[in-house]
Design a protein around this ligand. Structure first.
Ligand SMILES: NC(=O)c1ccc[n+]([C@@H]2O[C@H](COP(=O)([O-])OP(=O)(O)OC[C@H]3O[C@@H](n4cnc5c(N)ncnc54)[C@H](O)[C@@H]3O)[C@@H](O)[C@H]2O)c1
Length: 296
């Protein structure tokens, strides 16, 4: 595999593009929004500078990495030579289905279509295509340049050739892939999201404040970040979508999203990306400070 196309330049997409490019792959980063592409490239540049400061890479590596990434607002233009497409667009079922239907029509026959979805069924996404054997979940963790895990999710029809390609590619970009099967939330979010939701319920019921809940989990459980701060980091809209998939998929009330989470998303308080969530990130320096605490 040489040519990788990443769809969506948001929180995850720019990180995925960064990691592939830093490991020598040619990357086309696409988004429907030119502003998102501009912001995505600026984030990659800033994160590469941070790696230079930490003496993990040299200045020349930054230049070469950025040179390997081109951007486009046209999916069609972006995928014409793709060996692999990694879709990291907004977590929305109808949107993902329509993107995969289009990708199946416009990508070369050999192209593997991977999705970074946090929770949506790979089997359902694959059913929008005529190549379900070449559709797979490639679930990177946030922040992508720092987190080692890739949860590799086999849909019902994913072929073993596709799985093996993705396992081997993940290792080539310095990640540790773990293979799982396609059930709501897979493994990572089936376990993480109920914990985040419970932390929000704990706040909602007035048991403790934001800082107190996060401190208990950080110091008591040795988590690098409290659950409410982690929710801000992931994006509250993303957390809500995942909980809805779990609730819908298992029909079990234990996954029902906390009303406070629903209200915050409706009010546009989405966490770091909107400037406010459980914490206030109204200056970009504050958001950066939080991100750098996590990276340590
Ligand atoms: N945020 C996390 O911590 C996290 C972790 C793992 C996986 N994910 C998953 O990664 C995916 C992306 O999440 P995110 O947090 O980066 O979201 P985000 O909101 O930060 O970015 C989504 C991007 O997709 C773009 N987009 C929307 N429709 C598009 C289309 N039709 N074509 C191209 N681009 C389009 C948007 O303009 C936006 O820039 C989701 O499936 C999410 O569940 C998120």
């Amino acid at each position: 595999m040489n040519n990788i196309t990443v769809i969506g330049a948001g929180t995850m997409g720019n990180g995925i593009a960064h990691v592939f490019a830093q490991n020598g792959y040619s990357v086309i980063l696409t988004d429907i929004s030119a502003a998102a592409l501009e912001k995505g490239i600026a984030t990659i540049s800033k994160n590469l500078s941070r790696l230079i400061d930490k003496e993990k890479i040299q200045a020349i590596d930054k230049t070469q990495t950025l040179d390997r990434i081109t951007t486009s607002t046209s999916i069609e233009e972006g995928v014409s030579k793709a060996d692999l497409v990694v879709e990291a667009a907004t977590e929305n079922y109808e949107l993902k289905l329509s993107i995969f239907k289009e990708l199946d029509e416009i990508c070369p026959e050999h192209t593997i279509l991977a999705t970074n979805t946090s929770s949506i069924s790979i089997t359902k996404i694959a059913s929008a295509t005529k190549r379900p054997g070449k559709v797979i979940g490639m679930h990177f963790m946030n922040p992508v340049p720092l987190m080692k895990l890739v949860e590799v999710i086999n849909g019902y029809s994913t072929s073993s050739a596709t799985t093996n390609s993705i396992l081997s590619l993940s290792k080539k970009i310095g990640k540790i892939p773990t293979e799982v099967n396609d059930y709501p939330g897979f493994v990572a979010n089936r376990i993480l999201m109920p914990m985040i939701n419970e932390a929000i319920e704990t706040l909602f019921h007035g048991v403790a404040g934001v800082a107190e809940i996060d401190t208990v989990m950080k110091l008591g459980m040795a988590h690098p970040m409290g659950p409410l701060q982690l929710a801000d980091f992931i994006g509250l809209d993303v957390c809500l979508s995942i909980l809805e998939v779990l609730y819908d998929g298992f029909k079990n009330p234990k996954y029902a999203p906390c009303p406070l989470l629903v209200n915050m998303v409706v009010a546009g308080k989405l966490g770091i990306k909107s400037g406010e969530g459980f914490y206030d990130y109204s200056t970009s320096r504050k958001a950066e400070k939080i991100a750098s605490q996590f990276s340590r």
